[in-house]
Ligand binder design. Structure first.
Ligand SMILES: Cc1ncc(COP(=O)(O)O)c(C=O)c1O
Length: 390
């Protein structure tokens, strides 16, 4: 019998069948070809180690200078990184994008309120919302040549307690960048329904096969007609998730008017470390070279995938508009979960079934494009013949 705990938590922590099978395989000494690997710090990228360790260990980090919005130096570096008229005073630092979400939920919602979240997408929203005592209502995207937001469904998902809408641009794992038209429609929608708009742009620097009309960043709009909060962080921008530095950019007067309130929330935690703030400038200076390496990796793995798909007409991939993932489509002869389990036991290959991200149907498998090219090629060579069998 456990001591009493809140109802916000999961009813059970039992691993899902794939996680359980993976643990068992690893415990048995099986070496896995992990095509879900998305940790940039362990996939063979070259980091400017000396500069980063020097910045993280700077003597200055031994003095405590609490500042609820984050150090001016770090915010200056973030403002300079984004350009587009972003000023240090429009920025509030957090320890991660996840933390940024929870602070924005505290800012915008009372317990029982709702936020609208995209589906398919990154699976964290539901738990982040529940842990704040609010709920996440999904609004769907549909696939017709490319992904589109279902704007009619959006209206149905919105109710009297809806306070904010979340967009991920480009989305993870679909890679969908908003079109400029979708962006205008969403701004109108949020203005009409008096919603705040939270735009997660952690992958915005990784455009790959994006169409002409894509919106590279919400920051293109200087004075939106609703409050807009743009989220990003070192995790993807500089491939440094372990430093734990994220940020919220308030865009437009209505968002800026809430910065004092947001600062009050941040002041209760003061969670951003001196080391992370001290390293911001150096990490962002290193970001272009790290992003270039990552882009090369993403492109090389995508090319390898295209080559290996050629002999298998029953298999295909969706265009990767942006981000670090690719969606593989296969004949749905079994559930995506059974398929992932089959790949693990029969080919030692780990992939994610689409339903982990709320992808529709049973055809989609999600692969990371970050693994080392040799491993990626080997994993595909083992997996694709099994997937093509029907
Ligand atoms: C869309 C999206 N937002 C946020 C995050 C989390 O970023 P952070 O490490 O800054 O919390 C991720 C991590 O993969 C992500 O995919």
């Amino acid at each position: 019998m456990h001591p009493r705990h809140s109802q916000r938590l999961p009813a059970s922590f039992a691993p899902n069948p794939l996680t359980a099978a993976l643990a068992k395989a690893r415990a048995g000494g099986m070496e896995i070809l992990d095509l879900t690997h998305s940790n940039p710090t362990t996939c063979g990228l070259g980091y400017p180690t000396e500069a980063l360790t020097k910045a993280l260990g700077a003597e200055d980090t031994l003095t405590y200078r609490p500042d609820s919005r984050g150090s001016a130096l770090a915010r200056d570096a973030v403002a300079a990184w984004h350009g587009r008229g972003v000023r240090a005073e429009d920025i509030l630092l957090t320890a991660s994008t996840s933390e940024a979400y929870t602070w924005l939920f505290k800012l915008l919602c009372d317990p029982g309120d709702e936020v609208l979240v995209p589906s398919p997408s990154y699976p964290l929203f539901d738990w982040l919302a529940r842990l704040e005592g609010i709920s996440a209502n999904t609004f769907p995207s549909y696939l017709h040549e490319r992904w589109h937001l279902d704007l009619e469904a959006l209206e149905d998902a919105c109710g009297p307690r809806t306070r904010a809408l979340i967009l991920v641009n480009p989305n993870n794992p679909t890679g969908h960048f908003l079109s400029r038209q979708e962006w205008d429609q969403i701004l109108d929608f949020c203005t009409q329904w008096k919603l705040a708009l939270i735009v997660d742009e952690v992958f915005a620097d990784y455009a790959m096969e994006a169409p002409e009309d894509h919106l590279p960043t919400a920051l293109e709009t200087l004075e939106p007609s609703c409050p807009v909060f743009v989220l990003s962080g070192l995790s993807k921008v500089a491939a440094l998730p372990q430093i734990k530095l994220g940020w919220i950019i308030a865009r437009g007067e209505q968002a800026r008017d809430l910065l004092e309130h947001l600062g009050f929330i941040a002041d209760q935690f003061l969670s951003v470390s001196a080391a992370a703030q001290s390293a911001a400038q150096v990490a962002l200076a290193a970001a272009p070279a790290l992003q270039a390496q990552l882009r090369n990796r993403l492109k090389a793995n995508l090319k390898e995938l295209d080559q290996q798909l050629q002999p298998f007409p029953s298999l295909s991939r969706l265009p990767v508009e942006g981000g670090w993932s690719v969606l593989l489509r296969r004949p749905a002869i079994d559930s995506a979960e059974d398929c992932a389990l089959r790949l693990l036991t029969e080919a030692r290959v780990l992939v994610h079934p689409g339903h982990f991200f709320d992808l529709p149907g049973e055809s989609f498998l999600v692969l990371s494009l970050l693994p080392e090219p040799g491993l990626f090629a080997q994993g595909l060579a083992s997996a694709l013949p099994l997937l093509a069998q029907s």
